[in-house]
Design a protein around this ligand. Structure first.
Ligand SMILES: Nc1ncnc2c1ncn2[C@@H]1O[C@H](COP(=O)(O)OP(=O)(O)OP(=O)(O)O)[C@@H](O)[C@H]1O
Length: 306
């Protein structure tokens, strides 16, 4: 299968900040690659270099096997970039916005076709300023597709959207996958990477810390299951006692905790014993398979959400 994009040892530093610090990966044609990492990990810098919006300090970029010194007009004809919605003109309507951006290319798709793809038919005549956050993001995807690109870049497409709007946008991305577009998507939502990506690159402090399919990444953590539970009462003492027994114990939001274990039954029995001895009680116990958040935590020692 053809490699659509490859980068080798890409670097971009801002003073002391190593925004991108030796990143290498390849994306095959038709593949959806997610770059997953917390805020400030270097996701936007990486893809803006690929889009030709920033110049790297070092490294090589290949498009369809050919090394490119500068991401110029020829490359820009075959890539689609989801613009930040703040780049739109509020007084134009949805159809006019797509027409405007289509005019910037030598060939462009029909606005109606794109409006249908992102399911904005009922909003075709609505001004951009009157769209919801999710509708604006879907318009941004329509704009990214206006030149019928082979490769589409989506930079945190669902940040700030409510769960329903996020789902609708995911449906749009699935349609792009059906159309065999090559997609590079950045996100700090593990569910998004899990749901949409064929392969995931996990990035932290400008470096790739893991890469693979969801299955391959999950296999990297040997612990078989994660136990999550809440305590009914104040928990400082219980936390320190439990932490002595379970090195993987993590505090989550409020009084919720998680730990990973290879022996669920034994660990549960121990947890219940310790907690009841300290005259506390356990609520809302959940046993689940490990997810990307657990992989990230294991590899970096901190949470994706920090
Ligand atoms: N133009 C710039 N000047 C100085 N520092 C910058 C610049 N652009 C990015 N940085 C820094 O580089 C690091 C990586 O930023 P980047 O925006 O690529 O991260 P990100 O993973 O996309 O995060 P976010 O999810 O917050 O957008 C951050 O520490 C950021 O402050």
């Amino acid at each position: 299968m053809t490699v659509a994009i490859e980068i080798k040892d890409l670097k971009k530093h801002y003073g002391n900040v190593k925004a991108v610090d030796g990143v290498s990966f390849a994306v095959k044609e038709g593949e959806c690659l997610a770059i997953l990492g917390p805020n400030g990990a270097g996701k936007t810098t990486t893809i803006e270099i690929l889009e030709g919006l920033r110049k790297p300090d070092a490294g090589e970029i290949f498009y369809f096997g050919k090394r490119v010194e500068r991401v110029g007009r020829d490359i820009k004809e075959v890539i689609g970039v989801q613009l930040q919605t703040s780049s739109f003109m509020d007084y134009l309507n949805v159809k006019e916005t797509i027409e405007f951006f289509g005019g910037l290319y030598s060939k462009s798709l029909k606005p109606e076709e794109l409006i249908e793809l992102v399911e904005l038919q009922e909003k075709a005549r609505a001004r951009v300023k009157n769209l919801s956050g999710g509708q604006k993001q879907r318009l941004a995807i329509a704009v990214a597709l206006v030149n019928d690109p082979k490769i589409v870049f989506l930079d945190e497409p669902t940040t700030g959207l409510d769960p329903q709007a996020r789902r609708l946008l995911w449906d749009t991305v699935l349609k792009l996958k059906e159309k065999k577009k090559t997609i590079i998507l950045t996100t700090h939502y593990m569910e998004e990477a899990e749901y949409l990506a064929d392969r995931i690159v996990i990035i932290d402090h400008g470096k790739i810390i893991a890469e693979g399919t969801l299955e391959e990444l999950i296999k990297m953590i040997e612990e078989k299951n994660v136990i999550e539970f809440s305590l009914s009462d104040s928990h400082d003492e219980v936390f320190s006692v439990l932490a002595e027994h379970f090195t993987t114990l993590e505090k989550q939001d409020g009084n919720r905790f998680s730990l990973s274990t290879t022996d669920v039954e034994k660990s549960l029995a121990q947890i219940f014993k310790i907690v009841s001895e300290l005259e506390n009680s356990i609520e809302n116990v959940m046993i689940r398979k490990p997810n990307l958040e657990d992989v990230f935590l294991k590899l970096t020692g901190h949470s994706l959400r920090d």
